[in-house]
Write a protein that binds this ligand. Structure first.
Ligand code: AQP
Length: 325
């Protein structure tokens, strides 16, 4: 039997390089490996755990499906669906919440960060985020989860829940592992923290034009001198360069940095051009897909049907084992 894969992206806005390199690249790699059966969702229910606009969410969740298709996810190979259309995610999260302590959730670094970011939105839904994520993964009995390294604490919770459910109720959940890509942590353009949709000035969108990319890369803070420690914005520049530039060119810029002959603008503009070249095919495919919205709607409908079949089987098993059937 094929191993299962689950991943998702919150519908909080346009995707950025971090989402692409940390999650989508891994999603594509696993989709193209015949040993895996992949389920990729738009995590719209996770989107409402932080302040949001309903009309934006309605638009964004379709935009993410379009991004998935443009990036190379293929509905013939992967099940692409919208999380909230499968009620079993919420049902399973509720059952799981009966074996998770409030203290465990309150101590998670991801929870603390979001509370700091949105002090007026310290809600039950936010606290419950990792439980819903465990339900997303375990509903499909997924072994592998292609996500960035920032999600590791949540995966640990999912493994704990799987173990506990198997121990108490004799269910058969796998302990899911993260599938890491070489871009598992893309730093912010501001030189501090990770590239993040909700931090203005931190990201490059997959749909950015060459001019926008040049402007954003030029804005990465660098010191007036070259040759010092590689930290902050300089570190971001070199991390992105290592990913996007050919090895010899990357090495050349690094050598120039160390022997103090580097001109930042030269490195920045070369990098911006290389990023744009990588994104161009995505952008071209995206504009084709946008012009056929009926196709996108069909992908969403078919995906919901396929996901629902698997979800119902798991819920039946869990309800039986928990004495609810
Ligand atoms: N900077 C990053 N580097 C590598 N991977 C990243 N991911 C996010 N940022 C980086 C990965 O992208 C996937 C989608 O993440 P999400 O749905 O949780 O969205 P997000 O992490 O909430 O994305 P943002 O940009 O950080 O959005 P906001 O600011 O709204 O919270 C995940 O696999 C994540 O690891």
């Amino acid at each position: 039997m094929k191993k299962r894969v689950l991943s998702g992206i919150r519908a909080t806005g346009r995707l950025h390089l971090g989402n692409y390199l940390g999650a989508i690249k891994g999603m594509i790699e696993l989709q193209n490996n015949p040993s895996y059966q992949c389920f990729y969702m738009v995590a719209d229910a996770h989107t409402i755990t932080t302040p949001y606009s309903p009309s934006e969410l309605q638009k964004n969740r379709v935009e993410i499906i379009i991004d998935y298709l443009a990036a190379g996810l293929d509905p013939e190979k992967s099940t692409l669906f919208i999380q909230s259309q499968i009620n079993e995610h919420f049902e399973l999260a509720y059952y799981f919440s009966s074996i998770v302590s409030i203290a465990r959730m309150q101590h998670l670094p991801t929870y603390k960060e979001k509370v700091k970011q949105y002090p007026d939105a310290n809600t039950m839904a936010l606290l419950n985020y990792p439980v819903l994520m465990a339900a997303d993964i375990l509903l499909y009995k997924a072994d592998l989860v292609p996500v960035g390294i920032d999600q590791e604490p949540h995966l640990e919770v999912a493994r704990e829940i799987a173990r506990k459910m198997n121990q108490i109720y004799k269910t058969s959940f796998p302990e899911p592992k993260r599938f890491a890509t070489s871009g598992e942590y893309i730093p912010s353009l501001k030189g501090e923290g990770k590239m993040s949709k909700s931090v203005e000035g931190s990201y490059i969108n997959l749909t950015d034009s060459l001019d926008e990319i040049v402007k954003k890369i030029r804005s990465i803070p660098t010191s007036t001198e070259v040759g010092g420690p590689i930290i902050g914005g300089i570190k971001t520049l070199f991390i992105l360069s290592e990913i996007f530039l050919p090895k010899n060119l990357y090495q050349e810029f690094k050598d120039k940095y160390h022997n103090k002959t580097l001109k930042y603008v030269e490195l920045k503009d070369t990098l911006a051009q290389a990023i744009y070249e990588e994104l161009k095919p995505f952008q071209e495919k995206r504009s084709q897909i946008v012009s056929d919205i009926n196709y996108v709607k069909k992908v969403i409908l078919d995906g919901a049907e396929k996901a629902s079949q698997v979800a119902q089987e798991t819920i039946k098993e869990v309800k039986e084992k928990m004495g609810l059937l």
